[in-house]
Design a protein around this ligand. Sequence first.
Ligand code: FEO
Ligand code: CA
Ligand code: CA
Ligand code: CA
Length: 597
Amino acid sequence: SSSSSSVAPLLGFAAIATTRTDTITVPAGYSATAFVPWGTPLTGNLPAYKDDASNSGADQEQQVGTHHDGIHFYPIDAKTTGNNSNEGLLVMNHEYFDPNLIHTNGVTLGATRPTDEVRKEIAAHGVSVIHIRQNGSQWEVVSSSPFNRRITGATPMDIRGPAAGSSLLATKYSPNGTSTRGTLNNCGMGSTPWNTYLTAEENWAGYFVNKDAAQPREHSAYGVPSSNGRYYWELAESGSDEYVRFDASTKGDSALEDYRNEPNTFGWMVEIDPFDPEGRPQKRTALGRFGHEGVIFAPAVEGQPVVCYSGDDSTNEYIYKFVSAEPYYKATAGGWLLNSGTLYVAKFNSDGTGEWLPLDITNANFIAKAATAGVSFANQADVLVNTRLAADVMGATPMDRPEWGAVHPDTGEVYFTLTNNTGRTQTDAANPRANNATGHIIRWRENANGTSFNWDIFLLGGDVGTTTGEGTAAVALTAENHFASPDGLWIDQRGVLWIQTDMSGSQQSAGPFGNNQMLAADPVTKETKRFLVGPTDCEITGITATPDLKTLFINIQHPGDRSTPTNFTSNWPEGGSARPRSATVIITKNDGGVIGA
Ligand code: FEO
Ligand code: CA
Ligand code: CA
Ligand code: CA
């Protein structure tokens, strides 16, 4: 319980100092062990990882991907009692890759790309499902498990919800607009009340190119490049459709002859059932199309709609809420609940109230606002494909890059990180600082009507002395907890708010904060302590635990990301002169106790 009348303090560990060492630092009494790094053999013929990065595309398809991000532990008995803390399915995202580290000699961008390099890069993305169990005190991969699975940027997936079947999603691959290949730039995640995994498609737009003189709004509003894809995948030497599809320029006479609509099949939340290894991932279009950071579900209530929240992590974009049309019943709940409902966008008023504005083509207010703005939508599929535009029309509050959210399991209070926004010039109450380089955390409580809320700022990031609130409520950061660029966020079963940072390279090397870090906070008292500092040039992202809270899993993404192919700025986790590798970290308390207590 997070009650302020608790006898034992919520945070029982001694805060650690900032550091720039190339290792994981945790408080006294804790241990941290790297686990399932990039390239760990997972499926098929279990190809061994090669430290010179010479593994092939086919190898990568059977190995753990890179740039570990959102992560969730499903107890092996999740579908029944759900209390197994010794065996389960660890499911995680692989957001992107470092061009200088993924191949022996790095990536050479030019007229064409060697096909197997592109195949490997696509396979390094996506999701891993990893069956793990404890053998004594050590966690190990169950290497023969049928649950082990790689989902990549090439895996066939279904499109579901209101945009499925729309002409805006019709491609040569799927003329009826109901399927696509792959998920990309999977950042944060969400776990549904029915124990499936939602993976978020965040900065997917850059993987495509559309060279047409005028891009359609569903491309331009998301930043689809006009000269080349970020990695020139569209120019893989083989010329196969599986790579040509990244070029969304108009080529044929109709959308069924080319891939002009391929980018419209990205930008969604994708549902994966880790307990169904043959199941096709489902893109859930009712949750909107934007730069999804992740999604967080409110505790499910029998007979009530399912409610979840998702941030669009781009400068001056928005926070969204989805409310299902159908009520939740534990016995029958499933992904179909995410196929119909209302998507809302948040407006934060200066008086501490807020409103949820419906993006609904049948809503009179939406129709009126769209008419006033001179924007037309053909149908709800058009609204959802163009979620950013629909939210603009409604007058939502532009935020300082919404990243992860967390919901308190007891109070239902919602917390969201706003990582930074150095471009902000016009401030508002919810984004109160111009040139917001260090970010903040906002929170709200829903009103009973479901369409309004009350909010406040939980914590402003910054150097020692940065103060949030006024008078007796004022809380100032200290050497035990100063931080910047909050990103990952989670509230554990005890009510501890875990905060992970994603400072840029220069913010880490030049600022007062050291390497990226993870803090633990008491949501009631705002007591905050630094719990972990990561290795050089990484971000800390993704967090989950066993039900007994005695094993904590976090991810270390892109250690050494300022490396060249011949000069590594980090050698984590192996040390010595090893190539840096993204990896999970297992954290345990040496006395076998609860993490953070
Ligand atoms: Fe992939 Fe917004 O972090
Ligand atoms: Ca993130
Ligand atoms: Ca980030
Ligand atoms: Ca990242």
